[in-house]
Design a protein around this ligand. Structure first.
Ligand SMILES: Cc1cc2nc3c(=O)[nH]c(=O)nc-3n(C[C@H](O)[C@H](O)[C@H](O)COP(=O)(O)OP(=O)(O)OC[C@H]3O[C@@H](n4cnc5c(N)ncnc54)[C@H](O)[C@@H]3O)c2cc1C
Length: 490
């Protein structure tokens, strides 16, 4: 017994799910999107904690499939806060009238193929069974754990940055410990340090940070970037990161002093330009990594002052090319406050979480009312892996083995977006990636119907890696243009 029949069932209503719902519906298909969250927005709904921010400049983090949609939204800052990104996605859902085909607070628990009929049966945690021709999984990534901690004995409150809808928790006047902290902690800490009674930063892996410059955007700035809509639409899908920047300066063309001056200028810009718009060879040439890393390290050391904090918070075992690099809003200054303790867990790990707080291996005890686990999306953990997906002969899906991150052999008409080698946000602007994946899916379905076929199935997997966003999207486009040679269409 099924409750509903669809052409396409989309899982997820974040950036990817909303683009897929809109673009597939525009093909005249019966489409419905399901999301476990309480509203649209994906991670931006889940990560509504203080300090949640884009590190991509707002003008690059928008959809380009509709110029009116682009022009009618205006960011209030160069780097919008998470709640503003979520508001933008609410605006997208309302403007495109997507809500009539959206089921929120509904988790998809299984998707099983009926191979004989070439259709899928999808079940939700509300007990609904849906019969659908295509499943499009825009499920994003699962949060990576901040630390392997057993917190059951803690008498206070345990919070996770990955499950923090906007405005839900008030930390004012409380003794708070932040474990992680990774880039999620870098974003959270400066915004709560002012209000907590006491803050303990329990750091297990320091992160490279560059002080963010986040000017307010008024009418003039909005007009300026809106005027570049066509240019952005054309260039973003072709660059390595899906951003408008691409390294332009060959190290050999500049004297050492000129290179240092260039890198210092880019650092002062308070943006990702230091590593996206600077010297070529970052990531492949260790000498370039060393030069860029020195600029970031020197600025961090100057901001921190205290050698004990430098030891705890400045990475020493890797450069910026391999580690996450985050923009920060006063993270280092917050850590240097007299009412903030920084604990280097690499030297003194957590031995146990007790009712009163955390106990370190040295025996030191940090009394806490609230323990925050600073979790962020884990590039190695597609959320699709948490759904019981069964393809031909009841085989379970392995989201890590796919064709271009889009499809897998034995799973006809199942399309995914967040599987490798599709670029992840550490290296990419995800609106660029997801929008073009959604457009690819809509085109593939249209082409399938035009060819009089019912199913689309990958015949193999690969490639394991791609060379950035431009390369990835070009490979997807080439596959479609060539008539889907890596797929079987029946
Ligand atoms: C704090 C933070 C800062 C970031 N900064 C940037 C940045 O500067 N630039 C950038 O490009 N990216 C950034 N990102 C990455 C961000 O994840 C992507 O930009 C983008 O939002 C991913 O969209 P998505 O649709 O692929 O996945 P998600 O936004 O993760 O959406 C997936 C949705 O699927 C739903 N879902 C999953 N499984 C199920 C299920 N079984 N049933 C029902 N629903 C399900 C989830 O509830 C979720 O709402 C940031 C992320 C965070 C958390």
């Amino acid at each position: 017994m099924v409750d509903r029949e669809l052409d396409v069932l989309v899982i997820g209503a974040g950036v990817g799910g909303l683009a897929a719902l809109h673009l597939l519906r525009a093909e005249g298909l019966r489409v419905r999107a399901y999301d476990a969250a309480g509203d649209v927005g994906g991670v931006w709904w889940w990560h509504g904690h203080p300090g949640s921010h884009l590190d991509t400049e707002g003008p690059a983090y928008q959809f380009s499939f509709c110029e009116e949609l682009y022009r009618d939204w205006g960011w209030s800052e160069r780097y919008p806060a998470g709640y503003e990104v979520q508001r933008w996605l609410r605006f997208v859902a309302d403007r495109l009238d997507l809500r009539r085909d959206l089921a929120l607070r509904t988790r998809v628990v299984s998707a099983h193929l009926d191979d004989a009929r070439g259709r899928w049966t999808v079940r939700t945690d509300r007990g609904e069974a849906i019969d659908t021709r295509f499943v499009v999984a825009c499920t994003g990534l699962l949060p990576g754990p901040a630390a392997d901690l057993a917190t059951d004995d803690f008498a206070g409150t345990v919070l996770r940055t990955s499950d923090w809808p906007e405005g839900r928790h008030d930390l004012a006047g409380r003794r708070v410990g932040v474990v992680g902290p990774g880039t999620a902690g870098v974003q959270l800490v400066p915004w709560i340090a002012r209000d907590t009674a006491h803050l303990t930063v329990l750091s297990c892996a320091p992160v490279w940070v560059v002080a963010r410059s986040n000017p307010v955007y008024g009418w003039a700035e909005r007009d300026a970037y809106r005027a570049r809509f066509t240019e952005l639409r054309t260039t973003l899908p072709t660059t390595t990161t899906g951003d408008r920047y691409e390294p332009r300066h060959r190290p050999a063309d500049l004297e050492p002093a000129e290179r240092r001056a260039l890198l210092e200028d880019l650092r002062r810009d308070g943006s990702r330009r230091l590593w996206l718009d600077g010297l070529t060879g970052l990531g492949t040439d260790p000498a370039v990594d060393a030069e860029v890393t020195a600029v970031v390290r020197d600025a961090m050391v100057a901001r921190l002052g205290d050698p004990r904090l430098v030891d705890a918070l400045v990475p020493a075992d890797h450069g910026v090319a391999t580690g996450p690099v985050a923009l920060d809003d006063g993270y280092l200054e917050a850590c240097a406050r007299p009412d903030v303790d920084v604990v280097d867990l690499r030297r003194d790990p957590i031995a146990a979480v007790r009712p009163e707080g955390v106990v370190l291996a040295s025996g030191a005890v940090h009394d806490l009312d609230v323990l925050v686990l600073a979790e962020e999306p884990d590039a190695g953990a597609p959320a699709l892996g948490a759904i019981d997906v069964r393809g031909r002969d009841g085989r379970a899906l392995d989201p890590s083995a796919s064709l271009l991150g889009l499809a897998a052999p034995g799973f006809p008409n199942l399309v995914t977006t967040a599987a490798p080698p599709a670029p992840t946000s550490r290296h990419a602007v995800m609106t660029t990636v997801r929008e073009h994946q959604a457009a690819w899916i809509a085109r593939a379905v249209r082409d399938l119907d035009a060819a009089g076929c019912a199913t689309l199935e990958a015949v193999g997997t690969g490639p394991a890696t791609v060379d950035g966003v431009g390369d990835y999207l070009a490979r997807c486009a080439a596959e479609a243009a060539a008539g889907y040679p890596s797929f079987r269409r029946r």
